[in-house]
Design a protein around this ligand. Structure first.
Ligand SMILES: Nc1nc2c(ncn2[C@@H]2O[C@H](COP(=O)(O)OP(=O)(O)O)[C@@H](O)[C@H]2O)c(=O)[nH]1
Ligand SMILES: [Mg+2]
Length: 419
């Protein structure tokens, strides 16, 4: 039961709700931060204090709209051959052969920047920026040429040592007040080569630490103090530092851009699945709070009845965000040499009716209604409907996220057996 939501619907003590609001919100959101900026949290708190519920609903709506429509432009810089295109494809959740993927292994001849839109989130663009290769490199001119101000952050990629030009660029990016991250690709190759050449003494963690130390020494030698370095393999995003990179970016992005970034993360790591789950749960809570706030205002219809097609649409949307829509499941089945029926046998979210018929949802909703009625009397069916939808959506998101994790586990297991 959500105590805050019940107390809110009872609507007797807004002073106390105002005090409880921010601490409760903090327990709900992702550890890297939630969708609502702190100034808006303060505004909601102030509106609650004065029982201005229309304002509460408006600020939540405003924050959700801003979060869903925020554009995100990511600049990826590095010499040809370092794995820029592969990195961009991986972030866009595209395999090499897929339509629209950035061509891999093609030597760049152009000095132009190339945009790659995210296939599912058109507001998100990855920019493949030309390498900085020439000896007479001028970071100022380069940043002007690529229109540096338009990017949210920069990723500087190398598959070996970072160059002096990379350091100059980092320095200039810092001066203009933007964030940059160093990504060292192809660490899978390094591990493979080390193991081949020193099979007796090979230790994976030690090799990774050496690469990390080398990168740090190399960057501090060329004048970048305390750089943020992430070791990745574009072939295996779940491994090495990629999950930590996702978390760092999420934490350091402006609040209104976090949601869109969490959405775009490919379902290739347990961390990203958990991040998405947290964001959707937050959103469900905010939507419910907004609806409840509006319910206090006469003549404003807010609780949608329990409409099955509408609920199914909602489930389908969650499935699509977690790569469990019909097309993606077909793709996974093909990749794993299984039938779609087999996939359905170990997942739970693909059967809408099974989820809706779950009795525990009505039970939970009933408990909230009892709590409400103990204060207000009566048995308002709208409150019951409201909580039923609220718990059903939480059930949808939890089941879809659990299934995404099960499928990821299966995929990793099967692929590692094939290797
Ligand atoms: N082993 C390994 N190879 C990679 C990795 N990233 C890219 N490659 C390979 O490196 C080559 C160049 O990659 P590409 O993405 O085209 O680099 P770009 O020129 O910087 O865009 C291709 O053959 C890729 O398959 C990686 O993390 N590990
Ligand atoms: Mg390329």
């Amino acid at each position: 039961m959500d105590k805050f939501m019940c107390d809110f619907l009872v609507g007797k003590n807004f002073q106390q709700l105002a005090i409880n609001f921010i601490p409760h919100y903090t327990t709900l959101v992702n550890k890297a931060g939630g969708i609502i900026a702190s100034e808006n949290l303060d505004r909601i708190q102030a509106a609650l204090k004065e029982a201005k519920l229309k304002d509460v609903a408006d600020i939540i709506e405003e924050s959700l709209v801003a979060a869903e429509n925020a554009p995100l432009d990511v600049a990826v810089i590095g010499e040809s051959g370092t794995g820029k295109s592969s990195f961009i494809n991986a972030l866009r959740g595209l395999s090499y052969e897929e339509e629209g993927s950035a061509s891999v292994g093609v030597v760049e001849t152009t000095m132009k920047k190339t945009p790659y839109q995210h296939p599912k989130y058109p507001k998100v663009t990855f920019w493949d920026l030309p390498g900085t290769g020439t000896p007479n490199f001028h970071p100022h001119e380069y940043l002007e040429m690529v229109e540096f101000a338009t990017y949210d952050f920069f990723i500087i990629i190398s598959s070996s040592r970072f160059s002096l030009n990379d350091a100059l660029l980092a320095q200039n990016i810092k001066e203009i007040g933007k964030k940059f991250y160093f990504v060292r690709t192809k660490v899978d190759n390094d591990l493979y080569n080390e193991e081949k050449s020193k099979p007796m003494s090979f230790k994976r963690e030690r090799v990774l630490q050496q690469i990390r130390d080398n990168c740090l020494a190399n960057l501090s030698n060329i004048g970048v103090p305390e750089p943020c370095i992430f070791l990745v393999s574009n072939f295996d995003l779940d491994d090495f530092d990629f999950p930590r990179l996702e978390e760092t970016l999420l934490k350091e992005l402006p609040v209104h851009k976090r949601h869109i970034f969490a959405l775009l993360l490919p379902n290739l790591s347990y961390t990203s699945i958990e991040m998405k789950r947290a964001f959707f749960k937050e959103k469900i809570w905010l939507d419910a709070l907004k609806s409840s706030a509006l319910s206090f205002i006469p003549f404003m219809a807010c609780f949608n009845g329990f409409d099955f097609p509408q609920q199914e649409k909602c489930l389908n949307l969650y499935q699509s965000h977690f790569g469990l829509d019909e097309k993606s499941v077909k793709g996974i089945a093909e990749k794993l040499d299984m039938s779609v029926e087999e996939i359905k046998s170990f997942t739970k979210s693909l059967d809408f009716w099974l989820l809706v018929k779950d009795d525990s949802i009505a039970e939970k909703a009933m408990k909230c209604v009892e709590c409400y009625c103990s204060v207000n009397g009566g048995l308002p069916s709208t409150i019951f409907q409201f909580f039923k939808i609220y718990f059903l959506h939480l059930k949808f998101i939890n089941t879809v996220a659990d299934d995404a994790k099960i499928l990821l586990h299966k995929t990793l297991e099967i692929l590692s057996h094939r290797r």
